[in-house]
Every structure is written in C-alpha cells, then in structure tokens.
Write a new protein. Structure first.
Length: 103
C-alpha cells in the first residue's frame, strides 16, 4: 500500500469516529420533557422495557434517534419512538444527547 492511501484511510477513519456536532446540554434539558414519560425525569426509566438514557454515549443516542426518525431502525420499540423523534432536528437530537450523556 502506498502512503497516500494509508493517509486517506486514516483521515476517513478519524472523521467517521468523530461526533457530528456537540450538543448543548442545557438546551437538551429544556427539550427533554416529552422523553420523561417513558425514560424518566432524569433519564432513568421506570418501565423495564424502556432503556435508561442517563449516562449513555452521546454519539450512540444521536445515531439511535436518527435511525428511528429516518426509518432505519424498525425493530423493538421503533413504532413507539418514531412519533416523538419525527419533528426533531439534528440540533435537537444533539442537544438531547448532550443532556442525557452528562447525567
């Protein structure tokens, strides 16, 4: 392999692993009220089949919500999650992820 290829591959790998944009945790807290019904006021779900959001990895939360919103995730609770995330922008998702990840 030549150096140019290895350098390009390294740049792509780093770009893929970087979060899209850091969200605003304070804004995320203000937007989190609809989430609390299922995931708890502090991101700790009271219903065993619903996941805790508190302390989750922000990038994971963003990608999960995008997948529900964009119909890329269809199993499990996809039908329940689709409605709440449909109207959320990428900024909203980043803000919510920032909030829940720091709890």
């Amino acid at each position: 392999m030549n150096r140019a290829f290895l350098l390009a591959a390294a740049v792509v790998a780093v770009a893929i692993s970087m979060p899209a944009a850091a969200g605003d945790a304070e804004a995320g807290e203000a937007k989190s009220a609809p989430c609390a019904g299922c995931h708890g006021a502090q991101g700790k779900a009271m219903i065993p089949t619903y996941p805790h959001l508190a302390g989750q990895n922000a990038a994971y939360l963003v990608e999960s919500m995008k997948a529900y919103r964009d119909n890329a995730r269809t199993g499990g609770m996809a039908a329940v999650m689709k409605a709440p995330v449909m109207a959320l922008s990428d900024e909203d998702l980043a803000d919510l992820a920032a909030y829940y990840s720091q709890l």
